[in-house]
Structure formats: C-alpha cells, structure tokens
Design a binder for this molecule. Sequence first.
Ligand SMILES: [Zn+2]
Length: 338
Amino acid sequence: MNDPQIAIPVRAPATEALDDSILPFAVKALDLRGRIVRLGAAVDTILTSHDYPPPVAKLLGEAIVLTVMLGSSLKFDGRFILQTQSDGPVRMLVVDFTSPGKVRACAHFDAKRVTAAMAAGAADPGHLLGRGNLAMTIDQGPEMSRYQGVVPLEGGGLEAAAHEYFARSEQIPTRVRLAVAEEFRPGQNGAHRHWRAGGILLQFLPNSIERQRQADLDPGDAPPGTVAHATPEDEAWVEGRSLIATVDDLELIDPALSSERLAYRLFHERGVHVFRHAPVAAKCSCSRDGVETMLRSFPQADRDDMVEDGKITVTCEFCSSTYVFAPDEIAAAEPPSA
Ligand SMILES: [Zn+2]
C-alpha cells in the first residue's frame, strides 16, 4: 500500500523543526507576505484515526494544510470550512478550522473507485477529486452572516483551485505549495509510520493600487472579442513566485528543516521577517451534549428508527468518537408538546 512517491527518506531524528505550527513572514523589499505551516502530530492524529487508503489520506492532508493556512490568517474568532464536492473517486472532503488553532477533517469516497484509480496509477489529487467545486466558508457565529467563496475544480489539485480562487475572488497574486508524506521511523517493534504535512502561502500585497493590478485576469463580463488589457506582472511578484516555485515537497515536511530556515533559505537575499509562531492541534468539537441536542431535534419516529440492539449509537465522522444513548434517555426528558 505504500506509494514510493509519498515516502520521505529515512533519516536520523532531528530536533530543529517546530511541528504543528504556523509561521507568518514578510519580505518587505518585495511587498510579499506569507505563512509556512508545518504539521506533525496534528495531521497524523487525523489521518491515522480515519485509516483511509494512502492516496485519500494524502489528499485530505493537503486539504488540511490549505485550510490551516487560510483559516489561521483570519483576523477574528470563528470557523473556516473548506469543502469539496466533485465527481471523482473522492466525492467530498471537509476540513473545519476553528480559531485560534483547532482543526478536524474527513473524506467521503468510493472505495472501489479509489482502488481502481490506485491500480491504474491515477490516484493523484486531480484524478481523485475529478470535477466539481471547492467552497470556502467563513462562519463568525450565529449573529453574523456567513461568507462563502466557491471555485470550480477542473481536474487539477487543490493548489490549482486555490490559485484560481485568489485570482478570481480576492484578486491577490497568490501562490500556494502543499506537501504530505508518510515518514517511516525504525523502532523496536518494527517501523512506525507517521504522516507529516507542510505548506507555504505567498501573496503580493503592495501598498500602491497601481501595482495591485493583475496581469492575467480574465476579461470577465466584457463583450466577446474584447482584448484583455495586458498589464505586465510586477517584477517583485515575478521574483517572489519564482522563488516559491523552487520549493520542493521535502523542504515542506523535512523534520530537520525548521520553518524559519526555510523562509531564510528562500528570501535571505531580500531580507525576511518572521513573526510569532501560532500553534495548531487536531481537536474535534463534538460532545455528548451536542449529539444529544442533535438527536432531540429529530421527531420521535426518526429516533425510533435509529435504535439498534436497544440503544442509539452515534459516531462522529470527524474523529470517530462514539456516543451511546438509551432511547428513553432522550425521549423522557423531551419537553411536553403544546
Ligand atoms: Zn468528533
């Protein structure tokens, strides 16, 4: 089941890198801002708890990195939800980030189609997702209206979809790199496998409005035949995106290369400022009270249908926690109907 393409070479344990952290940085000389995300136990906990086929786990890992990168940049308390719906073997991914640093995730997939895709050597993210859309929702709580941005999935992976989103919706020149792999560590009872993931986000945010104009925007609603106004790309952005194009997967997940060192490696010629690390952890928001409230919202007849072996069992699809209720535990305390 191990895909050699997603394995990290065996290495001696290293202490430098800070796992499960988000490192914001800025390159003032080029008007660039970004963040580097490094996930160890957080992504391993989520992916191991689901035990999905490796290509599905890797794809969900990429979605987790992207969600953590985007969700952690919000300047308020709330949730950021990334969700795909598409016609490929993986029909849905859901990643849910709650500020300041909690993440949970799950995938819905067709096991037969995933197995067939693996056998055909077509289990890369673009093939697994197929065509559909990717929605990003910002939820600031019941008092506030939700914001949702949707971008099409067109057979590319999540990086391509993210670039499309930022070009269309935000109109901010943006590049994203995502990497996920399994690390094999030799141990006393055989080798242990651990998922690791990392990513980098780079954005061009100049102060001057003139320089914010993008060169490659689609003419949009303009009448057919209109020639897109060709603005040359800003030199600072060309330099930034060229530098980020040199990042390879191993640099994003290597436990011996810290996020600071990676930022320095990329931008030292221009000078790079790093800010305070923010921690991130795998943590589900489900609870027995929450599940009980959800069960009470169903009519009694529906709850009766849920009873198996004299009890109602609910399993959280994000963290696989199981909650068991006696049927009368919920029915008895129901408020009398008018
Ligand atoms: Zn849960």
